[in-house]
Design a binder for this molecule. Structure first.
Ligand code: CO
Length: 134
């Protein structure tokens, strides 16, 4: 059911330092910071030959990653995103197995202007999983 790894998202306490780490130390192509107020984050996109890394920094007080950074002050992997061809079909199939979909269970328009859903980490070996309709 899942297809390509779309991205790995890493929450970072210092966006400039994390960007420099990926650009200068690891030699990756990085974007300018992209504010995404609707999602409560500022994102730097790291382009790799086969996928992307997204460096997430909290924006605003209700940022979904603020609590994560409180528990992981040095930063850490926040979620991984897999592509699916049909997000509603994927959701229904997963729910039928007992997996929990976060929020109201309806896809939202994500950071790439495509429908996304998040799956409960306790149902996926401790990893917050994002599904994005490719
Ligand atoms: Co994501």
């Amino acid at each position: 059911m899942i297809g390509k790894l779309n991205h790995v998202a890493i929450a970072v306490p210092d966006l400039a330092a994390a960007t420099a780490l990926y650009r200068d130390t690891l030699g990756a192509k990085v974007s300018a910071p992209v504010p995404q107020p609707a999602h409560g984050v500022t994102v730097v996109f790291v382009e790799l030959p086969n996928t992307k890394v997204e460096l997430l920094h909290p924006m605003g007080e209700k940022s979904p990653i603020a609590a994560f950074l409180e528990k992981n002050p040095a930063g850490g992997i926040h979620h991984i995103c897999y592509e699916v061809a049909d997000i509603l079909a994927a959701r229904d199939k997963l729910k039928a197995t007992g997996a929990r979909v976060l929020g109201d269970g309806e896809p939202k328009i994500g950071a790439h202007d495509k429908p996304v859903l998040f799956l409960h980490p306790k149902d996926f070996v401790g990893t917050l999983v994002e599904l994005e309709q490719a």
